[in-house]
Design a protein around this ligand. Structure first.
Ligand code: C5P
Length: 295
């Protein structure tokens, strides 16, 4: 039976700035988003209704799952197609700040488009994705983009050169709304220089890219979950030079331009924390090749 297999990649934020609070309750953001190699595998097959199975006991298999909501959105738009069976082999930690739920939603949009030959354009898929959540459009697009608005307005920029990451996920999750609610913008004086960062990406200046990571949400998350701050400090103590929290957290990553250094650091950190991942940045070619059809 025909099936589509999608590599649903995680993301990190190299830059995350918050410009203010909006009237709709969201925050106006300016972010540099980057796709990384850590991924779930999402398998889609034609079926009479929408059905989700997963290897992860905490991932919901009903409407709470963005993958389910994505399939519903597509069914509403294309009422003649049958339903879909969705198998999620989860590798990305949940409530981690890595868009693990969003990327599964994006994979269902990409995968159903292929499975049922819907011929949706990228823009049509991005519009559907924005209805699911702020990070879902980026998960459709990848590999490197500036996200504005509430995160859904994307500008493609020069893809990030190959960098290596060691990610540490603490043993608890973080609820994004709580982090935004606790954010005190008046206290934040150090904002990133987005244009300078984009220029550094254009000239593939790995040193600048690694040395100028900044996430405005760290302050809020650190206040709510001091353990995240401690993990970041410990990663510096262990010798990492560039460490940042991703999204609203709690995952913290160290960034390296040198593969060997990243691998050595990974081995070191793996002895201390349980959920540690080694990953690399993803390029345009890997984004193009993320989907495969098995007849
Ligand atoms: O869009 P999404 O469902 O991923 O957002 C989750 C929550 O995070 C929102 O309900 C909001 O509380 C907060 N958020 C925000 N500003 C953003 C993105 C998310 O306040 N730009």
């Amino acid at each position: 039976m025909k099936q589509v297999v999608v590599k649903a990649y995680a993301k990190i934020n190299l830059i995350l700035d918050v410009l203010g609070k909006r009237e709709d309750g969201y925050h106006e953001v300016e972010m540099v988003m980057q796709t990384i190699s850590l991924h779930d595998e999402v398998i889609l097959k034609s079926a009479p209704g929408i059905m989700i199975t997963t290897n992860h006991p905490q991932v919901p298999t009903d409407k709470r799952n963005l993958a389910y909501q994505a399939a519903q959105l597509i069914q509403t738009r294309y009422p003649t197609i049958p339903g879909v069976e969705i198998i999620i082999n989860k590798q990305i930690p949940i409530e981690a700040g890595l868009a693990g739920g969003s990327t599964d939603g994006a994979a269902v949009i990409l995968g159903m488009n292929k499975l049922f030959s819907l011929d949706m354009t990228k823009d049509e898929m991005l519009t559907l994705a924005a209805q699911l959540g702020s990070d879902v459009p980026f998960c459709i697009l990848g590999p490197t983009a500036v996200a504005r608005g509430r995160g859904e307005l994307l500008e493609e920029i020069t893809p990030c050169p190959l960098l290596w990451l060691v990610l540490v996920k603490p043993e608890f999750g973080v609820k994004t709304p709580q982090v935004y609610k606790n954010l005190n913008l008046a206290e934040i004086t150090d904002h990133p220089d987005l244009m300078k960062y984009i220029r550094a990406l254009e000239r593939k200046d790995k040193e600048y890219i690694c040395n100028n990571l900044l996430n405005i949400l760290e302050q809020s998350t650190f206040q709510l979950y001091p353990q995240v701050k401690e993990i970041k400090a410990q990663m510096y103590n262990l010798g990492a030079k560039n460490v940042l929290m991703s999204g609203s957290g709690p995952t913290v990553f160290a960034l390296f331009s040198n593969r060997q250094e990243a691998e050595d650091f990974f081995r070191q950190v793996k002895g201390i924390y349980r959920q540690v991942y080694l990953a690399q940045t993803i390029d345009e070619e890997k984004i193009r090749e993320r989907m495969k059809i098995n007849e």
